[in-house]
Ligand binder design. Structure first.
Ligand code: NAG
Ligand code: NAG
Length: 257
């Protein structure tokens, strides 16, 4: 890996230099280190595999159909990372260290992109809106996924590459027994978004019970207060001369109290 491969071979050989000349001399100097273009099966391909990249390189030719950025050290996909690639059909970002994806990272690829490989990265949680307009089939295998409502909404939104659904394994979950299990098998039985709903229901129930308890306490207080009034009234009756009436009333006291 001493020089750009194209230059090394092409320069001494004049006929080839004439054919590839404009391409090589014009663009080769601006290509990111470790990247090279080719045409494979009629697709304009740009390969930057194992190029020690830490960010998405600039100056990728805007007519690229297939872009290989696999086996690098990319950790973050910013908004509009691929916006100047309107003809991109296939994007391979596998075997990187991607842990954060901004919501607009794939903006501009909605119509063209057919295949998106994000497997073998460090994805834990990704907003479903990242894939909102994408039609691409995605490989999301071999990431340290957090199995929760966010992931459920994500897999509802994205179309997975056939045969890769069992590769989405829970690395973390609110429930220990989910760890190590394929998320899509769990989603068949559990609604991860309804667990959340249930906790809000419980909160509602607790609040209602609180109000209920307050009403009951007030009623008890009210009844006690009335008993006090009744006793005072009876004491008044006791002080009246009629003995008969007094005994009659004292029997009512015992029933009331
Ligand atoms: C690529 O960029 C050139 C120069 O800016 C422009 O003329 C061309 O239309 C672009 N191609 C695509 C496919 O967007
Ligand atoms: C999906 O990604 C995993 C892990 O990188 C890989 O082994 C598998 O071959 C990929 N599947 C497809 C269909 O591309």
């Amino acid at each position: 890996m001493s020089k750009t491969p194209g230059l090394h071979v092409v320069v001494p050989w004049i006929p080839n230099a004439l054919v590839l000349g404009p391409f090589c001399f014009h663009s080769a100097t601006t290509f990111p280190k470790g990247c090279y273009p080719s045409t494979e099966d009629g697709f304009k391909t740009f390969r930057c595999s194992k190029a020690q990249l830490t960010v998405i390189p600039r100056d990728i030719p805007n007519d690229t159909n297939k872009l290989y950025l696999d086996y690098n050290h990319i950790s973050f996909l910013p908004n509009d990372a691929f916006q100047n690639l309107p003809l991109l059909v296939e994007l391979d970002l596998s075997h990187n260290a991607i842990s954060r994806v901004e919501v607009g990272a794939f903006r501009g690829l909605s119509e063209s992109l057919h295949a998106l490989d994000l497997s073998s990265n460090k994805l834990v949680s990704v907003n479903k809106d990242v894939f909102s307009a994408l039609k691409a089939k995605a490989n999301l295998s071999s990431n340290p996924w957090l199995c929760d409502c966010t992931l459920q909404q994500l897999v509802e939104r994205v179309e997975l590459v056939a045969g890769t659904s069992d590769g989405i394994i829970c690395d973390a979950s609110a429930r220990k027994e989910h760890i190590g299990k394929p998320f899509l098998q769990l989603v068949g039985d559990i609604d991860f978004c309804n667990i959340y709903k249930k906790t809000t229901d419980i909160a509602m129930l607790v609040t209602m019970f609180g109000w209920f308890a307050m009403v009951i306490s007030y009623l008890i207080y009210y009844v006690r207060q009335n008993q006090e009034d009744a006793r005072r009234h009876l004491e008044y009756l006791k002080s009246l001369p009629s003995k008969q009436k007094k005994s009659e009333e004292s029997s009512t006291i015992s029933t009331v109290v």
